[in-house]
Design a protein around this ligand. Structure first.
Ligand code: KG4
Ligand code: ZN
Length: 360
C-alpha cells in the first residue's frame, strides 16, 4: 500500500458517460464512491452522444460531489487534495470534471492531480490490500480501449500491445446493436450467454499468431453481421436458444482472445502477475476463465470487484494518491486532453504539491 498522503482526497471522473466522485482517507480506504450513469440519456441513440454527455455531466457534477462528501462525512475544507481525469475521453465531458476539480483545488488551496484514465483502470485494485503491487502485466479492456501494459506504477506504464480496430467492449456493444439488444450491450450479452452453447457458432480469432501482441475485433463484428444476415435470409429468427448460443459464442471468442494474449505476454515477459481492468473485466466468463487459465499458466490473476472495473472515481483517487506520494501534483493550467497518451501521463503532474490548505 502507498504511504499515507496528507489527508482525505476527492476525485472526479467524467471522461465518458459516468459522472463519478469518490473520497479516500489518508490511508487509501474508500470513504465514498458515487457513480451516476448516463445510460438512460444515451440509450435511445444506441451509443454515447458526446454533446449529451457534456450536458449531463454539467447538470450532475455538483450533486455527485456533494453526495460523495456527505457519504464521507467530510466538509470540503477537510480535503487535502482534489483529483480528476484529464484524458483520454470525450473532450466536453473531461472538461466538466477537470474544471470542477480545478475550481475546488483553487478555492481550498490544496493540490490538484490530473490522472490519466488508463492509469486509473490500472490502479483500480490499489484500494484493496489483497491486490498485487506493481510491477504487473495490466490488461485494460473497456468500451474505448483494449491494451496490454507492463505497469510499474503511475508514470511507468509501457504499452505492449493494443487493438488495431475495435475495443473489446465495442465488440460487445456492436454485437448487441446488431441483435437489437440495446445499449450498452456487454452486460446483456453476458447475461444471455449464460444460457447458451459457445461452440454452436464458430467465431474468428484475429492475430492469434505469436508475431504480435496486438488485438483485432473488427473481423468478429463482421462475422456476426454476416451470420445475422444469413439466418434472417433463411427465415430463421435469432431468438431463444439461437440467440443465447450466438451470445455465448461471441463472448467466448472475445474472452479467449483477451486471455490468450494476456497470459502469453505474462509468460514471455516473465512477469507472472496479471491485473485486468476496464468495463469488460466485469464479464462473468472473463472473470472465471481468467482465474482458471491463470492458475494453469502459473500466473497470479487479480480482478477488481465489478464496481471498480467499469468507470468510477475510486480508481482516479487511487492513482492520484500514488502521484502525491511521489511528491507530484498538477498545475492549475492543466488542460483536458481527449487523446492523452499513457506514456505522457507524467507530463500532467509537473509541479510540487501545495503542502497545506490555504487560510480560511
Ligand atoms: O470502463 P468502461 O465503464 O468505460 C470505458 O472506459 O469505455 O467500459 C464500458 C464497456 C462497455 O463497452 C460495456 O459494454 C462493457 O464495458 N461491459 C461489459 C460488461 N459490463 C460492461 N462487457 C462484457 N461483459 C460485461 N458484463
Ligand atoms: Zn474506462
Amino acid at each position: 500500500m502507498a504511504p499515507a498522503v496528507l489527508g482525505p482526497i476527492l476525485a472526479i471522473e467524467s471522461s465518458c458517460d459516468e459522472t463519478a466522485a469518490a473520497v479516500l482517507d489518508r490511508n487509501g480506504a474508500v470513504l465514498a464512491d458515487v457513480v451516476h450513469t448516463q445510460v438512460e440519456a444515451h440509450a435511445p441513440y444506441g451509443g454515447v452522444v458526446p454533446e449529451i454527455a457534456s450536458r449531463e455531466h454539467l447538470a450532475r457534477v455538483a450533486s455527485v460531489v456533494r453526495r460523495a462528501l456527505a457519504d464521507a462525512q467530510l466538509t470540503p475544507r477537510q480535503l487535502r487534495a482534489v483529483a480528476a481525469t484529464y484524458g483520454p475521453g470525450l473532450i466536453g465531458a473531461l472538461l466538466v470534471g477537470l474544471q470542477a476539480a480545478k475550481g475546488m483545488a483553487r478555492a481550498l488551496g490544496v493540490p490538484l492531480v490530473g490522472v490519466h484514465h488508463i492509469e486509473g483502470h490500472l490502479m483500480a485494485a490499489a484500494a484493496d490490500p489483497a491486490a498485487p503491487e506493481p510491477p504487473f502485466i495490466g490488461l485494460v479492456a473497456s468500451g474505448g480501449h483494449t491494451a496490454l501494459y507492463r505497469f510499474e506504477g503511475v508514470g511507468r506504464a509501457t504499452l505492449i500491445g493494443q487493438t488495431r480496430d475495435d475495443a473489446a467492449g465495442e465488440a460487445f456493444d456492436k454485437t448487441a446493436k446488431l441483435l437489437g439488444l440495446g445499449y450498452p450491450g456487454g452486460a446483456v450479452i453476458d447475461r444471455l450467454a449464460e444460457q447458451g452453447d459457445p461452440t454452436r457458432f464458430p467465431m474468428p480469432f484475429a492475430l492469434r499468431d505469436h508475431t504480435t501482441e496486438d488485438f483485432s475485433f473488427s473481423g468478429l463484428k463482421t462475422a456476426v453481421r454476416v451470420l445475422v444476415e444469413r439466418e434472417r435470409a433463411a427465415g430463421r429468427a435469432l431468438e431463444g436458444a439461437a440467440l443465447f448460443d450466438l451470445c455465448a459464442s461471441v463472448r467466448a471468442a472475445i474472452v479467449d482472445a483477451l486471455l490468450t494474449k494476456a497470459l502469453r505476454v505474462a509468460r514471455a515477459k516473465q512477469l507472472y502477475r496479471l491485473v485486468i481492468g476496464g468495463g469488460v473485466a466485469a464479464n462473468s466468463l472473463l472473470r472465471s476463465e481468467a482465474m482458471r487459465r491463470g492458475a494453469d499458466n502459473d500466473v497470479e490473476v487479480y480482478l477488481p470487484p465489478r464496481r471498480l472495473c467499469t468507470d468510477n472515481a475510486v480508481m482516479i483517487a487511487s492513482a492520484a494518491r500514488a502521484w502525491l506520494a511521489q511528491g507530484r501534483a498538477s498545475p492549475l493550467s492543466l488542460m483536458a486532453n481527449a487523446d492523452a497518451r499513457v506514456e505522457d501521463a507524467v507530463g500532467a503532474v509537473s509541479t510540487q504539491p501545495v503542502t497545506g490548505p490555504a487560510g480560511p
